[in-house]
Design a protein around this ligand. Structure first.
Ligand SMILES: [Mg+2]
Length: 311
């Protein structure tokens, strides 16, 4: 367990630190509330022991600011125990109201301190396991079970966020809609199991293109998602028209190069994809209009012979 000990009194710090160390806990010291707020995000303590009276910033204000930092993250709540010189009822009430979880006398008998720390350490262990479980669940909730791409729900959220950022900053915004050519015929001919495998391979190729243009610096935050069925979407915020166009053609090429046999995609003999897109030099209007335009272009790509991008 890592403990952030916030106190300006050298003697208290020395005694507390040596006791806590002797129980096997790591102690990071901050000499006042402001220092505690500064180091808090980097230290990531499992527990904070917070003095109340301190120069520069007192413990209540510091607690308030730490709770404000935590409010920007999901499920973040670091236990804070106030260190007081007297355990009065009023101190307890003030401590809880200030966002603390408990209070403890600085002169607490050693066995009591040890027992309290043991209890806090159990909670810290539980919080860690919860954080891991939550991250796993979040990951499952955000991704499509078959292809591993972002699912529609998380894509909508991410697109909305990217769109409002672009609106705010007057940044460019690109959106590609993708649809595997003659996929119904593929399923009818090869079966749904093969259809699933085909979707997985295509998804991987699409994601690879988005990811590699990001790592090449051509785009910065391009991301792919499964839109539904055999449809995918690639969002390309803040990239140049040339980069956006490059991504669209690279996707068509990458899917073709997978060489997944598709007898019923007559002209090509392999699985291909059509792409329709729209790009705005400066985001404006509504995002649904962007989707509608990309969809129209996708329809055009199908009309003009498939295995192509209309952007
Ligand atoms: Mg003090």
């Amino acid at each position: 367990m890592k403990i952030l000990l916030v106190d300006d009194a050298r003697s208290v710090v020395q005694v507390m630190t040596s006791r806590l160390n002797s129980y096997g806990y790591e102690v990071v010291h901050a000499e006042n509330g402001q220092k505690a707020v500064e180091v808090f995000p980097a230290v990531c303590p499992d527990l904070i022991l917070m003095d109340i009276e301190m120069p520069v910033m007192n413990g209540f204000v510091a607690t308030n600011q730490i709770r404000a930092i935590e409010a920007t993250q999901e499920w973040a709540w670091t236990p804070i125990i106030f260190l007081t010189s007297s355990d009065t009822v009023q101190n307890l009430i003030t401590a809880i109201e200030a966002g603390g979880d408990d209070f403890m006398s600085k002169f607490v008998p050693e066995p009591v301190l040890q027992a309290k720390m043991q209890a806090m350490s159990r909670i810290a262990g539980l919080r860690q396991r919860l954080a891991v479980a939550n991250a796993k669940l979040q990951n499952i909730a955000d991704h499509d079970g078959l292809t591993g791409l972002l699912n529609r729900r998380s894509m909508d959220r991410k697109v909305d966020h990217a769109w409002s950022t672009a609106l705010h900053g007057g940044d460019s915004f690109g959106l590609l809609m993708l649809d595997i050519d003659n996929f119904k015929k593929y399923n009818d001919h090869y079966g749904h199991q093969a259809g699933d495998d085909c979707l997985k391979m295509v998804a991987k190729a699409v994601e690879y293109v988005a990811h590699s243009t990001n790592t090449q610096g051509l785009t910065a935050n391009a991301f792919a998602a499964r839109y539904g069925g055999e449809e995918f979407a690639v969002t390309i915020p803040g990239a140049s028209y040339a980069a956006y166009e490059h991504v669209s053609h690279a996707i068509v090429q990458a899917v073709h190069d997978l060489s997944i046999p598709h007898e019923k995609n007559s002209e090509w003999g392999v699985t291909t994809i059509s792409v329709g897109g729209t790009w705005l030099e400066a985001a404006n209007g509504e995002i649904k209009q962007v989707f509608r335009l990309a969809d129209e272009k996708l329809y055009m790509a199908k009309e003009r012979g498939r295995n192509r991008a209309e952007v």
